[in-house]
Design a protein around this ligand. Sequence first.
Ligand code: TXA
Ligand code: MG
Length: 326
Amino acid sequence: MTEPRQTQRLRADEAGIAEAARLLRAGKLVALPTETVYGLAADATDGRAVASIYAAKERPSFNPLISHLPDTAAARREGLFDAAALALAKAFWPGPLTLIVPVSPGCTVSDLARAGLASVALRVPSHPVAHAVLAAAGRPIAAPSANRSGRVSPTLPEHVLVDLDGRIDAVLEAGPTEIGLESSIVACLGGAPKLLRPGGVPRAALEAAIGRELVIADAAQGAAPISPGLLASHYAPEAAVRLEAAAPLPGEAWLGFGPEPEGHALPPLSLNLSTKGDLAEAAANLFAALRQLDEAGATTIAVAPVPMQGLGEAINNRLGRAAAPR
Ligand code: TXA
Ligand code: MG
């Protein structure tokens, strides 16, 4: 259970940013825009504030959270970066990349935000509003996606309010997020860097920056659950999801990608991730489309095939989770 809270809507201007930072420093919960998805932010150094994130989201267990920092220098005070981590930070920060690194001796991120692990998840987001809040807060800010547990991540402030109105202290409203998929997560814990979650930076770009292939950790394949939040069914809409569909069957809603299938009348519940087949556009539309079809009452969503190149790997990863048995 969580105490009801009055959720302030803050504008993403100077006053709103200052108020968001003030609330965070006071241990409150603020939903913030990032370039990937909206995050539910709290002071990562304050165990009580972090605990209230789990309560607001109704997250069943204490998954480790990503701590957000305004720049690489601040991130390096929290974690120990090896050569691969440094190369990745240099190439992709600020941006949609999270690095899992060993905690530094001076790490200020609370045990609860790390779920007791000896490693810490760090990210320097590029969204100018997120950056301004982080700079003003002056401490690591923990932020999982700002959705209720089990729902898809919010890419609009309206999605945050549907899930969390009355459960958090404020939402900083800055329109749709640009990328629409969560950050790529790479663990640099000594030895070969591992891709824990495909995300906003395509794998080929990550591999080019470190000059080697990434080991892929696939939680769904029963590998050691080093990233406990990566359970197969984590991103579930209410509707069933049927992947790699050539066309919708009678009664199904349709989520297309690229040109629509010929010779089929599309059902009334029908959306397209990108009629031009643009993967960046599809990523940006994915979670909003799943929410929209769900809210319109779809029982099964048939999804057109999405190619595996570039951002397609992350899109297919999220679609696979949405389709996972639960
Ligand atoms: O784009 C994003 O990454 C968004 C925005 C708000 O920054 N955040 C996000 O957070 O997606 P969340 O909590 O939904 O996902 C964080 C993932 C979880 O799967 C968690 O298990 C993993 O990061 N994680 C965090 N710390 C970890 C650690 N020390 N070792 C392994 N996995 C970790
Ligand atoms: Mg999430």
